[in-house]
Design a protein. Structure first.
Length: 118
């Protein structure tokens, strides 16, 4: 084999790997910033909605920050509520014995007991 062909193939493989890693790293960085910006945008639109409805003049607005424990409790409550729709299972398993006729075609014992033919 020619050495230049191997060098060209390795250069292509290394450059392809580096480009692939950079694309994945760039996509993950982009998603990180998108997920960091979403709460800020939602808070901005909520404040705009409150100003539009003129709720700040009539009522007291209290900013509530939802912690992880509260989010976990809400999600578990929703999970249990949505799973109540299903029927309750009895938990009893019944197994019925089905009698099958004996078939020598499925028996392995006849293949094991025959003498070897030369």
């Amino acid at each position: 084999m020619d050495l230049t062909i191997l060098i060209i193939n390795w250069n292509f493989a290394i450059s392809l790997s580096v480009i692939g890693y950079l694309i994945v790293l760039g996509a993950l960085t982009f998603l990180f910033f998108i997920y960091k910006v979403i709460p800020i945008v939602l808070q901005f639109f909520t404040k705009q909605y409150i100003r539009k409805k003129n709720l700040t003049n009539n009522e007291k607005c209290v900013e509530v920050e939802v912690t992880g424990e509260v989010s976990a409790a809400i999600s578990m409550a929703l999970y249990f509520y949505l799973n109540e729709k299903h029927d309750e299972e009895s938990g009893v398993v019944t197994i019925k014995a089905v009698s099958k006729k004996y078939s020598p075609w499925s028996s392995k014992i006849y293949g094991m007991r025959q003498p070897l033919s030369k």
